[in-house]
Design a protein around this ligand. Sequence first.
Ligand SMILES: Nc1ncnc2c1ncn2[C@@H]1O[C@H](COP(=O)(O)OP(=O)(O)OP(=O)(O)O)[C@@H](O)[C@H]1O
Ligand SMILES: [Mg+2]
Length: 326
Amino acid sequence: MMENKNLVEVQNLQQYFPVAGGKLFEKKVVKAVDNVSFGIKKGETLGLVGESGCGKTTTGRTLLRLYEPTAGKIFFDGEDITKVNMLPYRRKMQIVFQDPYASLDPRMTVGDIIGEAIDIHHLASNKKDRQDQIISVLSTVGLNSEHANRYPHEFSGGQRQRVGIARALAVNPQFIVCDEPVSALDVSIQAQVVNMFEQLQEELGLTYLFIAHDLSIVKHISNRIGVMYLGKMVELADSYELTFHSVHPYTKSLISAIPIADPETSRKSKRIVLEGDVPSPVNPPSGCRFRTRCPYADELCAAQEPEWREVSTGHFAACHHLDKVN
Ligand SMILES: Nc1ncnc2c1ncn2[C@@H]1O[C@H](COP(=O)(O)OP(=O)(O)OP(=O)(O)O)[C@@H](O)[C@H]1O
Ligand SMILES: [Mg+2]
């Protein structure tokens, strides 16, 4: 059940990474996430989409403080956690990674991988309790006690991602960043794993930030969806509203990119096909960062950054030319 209170919130979140190169003593940075603000309600799934390199993973990791934010504020359940010791929050805020091959230690058994999470947070009172917890969380993700003694390489991709999910769940989190958790899996099992995330949410009352390249993966699981482009949030709305009544030209281009065989995709709106690649986040375009690929761009877009504003209730976008576009 979704509540009306934010469990997680970021305000003007910024993550600049220093980069090598450039002239001597010249400090260059990658503006991976630049002034992004959103909240995620208790029990909600917020989808986060955008092309490779637009800052989705950095947003997810920074809000967990796996990276220290360059600027901005992070709140969890009403507490400002921007500067606090994260240990007590690590248990409440977990992450499931994109690549279950790279994120599980190949030298550890599945039981040890899950047990390690339980140990770090002192969640077991004795050895038997620990073992019971491991088996219980394995069964939650559709695996069994025999799997505890096996190594990650003995599993299929889908099973391995279940292990990654079990590791996150082992510490009873309230919030999980799901960073493209099905992108590395066979298309045939992606839906299974997405359904499992949905079921777990219902049973355990979890809150998700669900990251994907592709709108078609997140539109069903998400209550709302945010769209990022080159470190900026460009549009945020209810999932249905975003799918059928998007207002930003970049979102429209993403929707145009969903294969036409998808019967639920609206084809009433104009088709926008983007040319060129995403510019470098080290030296992003002035004004609106999307302007170099936007069919509607003019001088205003180069001169001035568009304001993030509410275009209808709960529907936000940043674009100078919403009238022309829509
Ligand atoms: N640790 C880091 N140090 C320096 N630059 C980084 C670091 N992590 C990410 N970046 C850069 O920040 C930008 C955003 O990267 P990020 O991984 O957040 O994008 P993404 O949207 O998750 O992409 P993908 O869809 O490929 O996973 C990219 O230009 C990337 O090269
Ligand atoms: Mg990523």
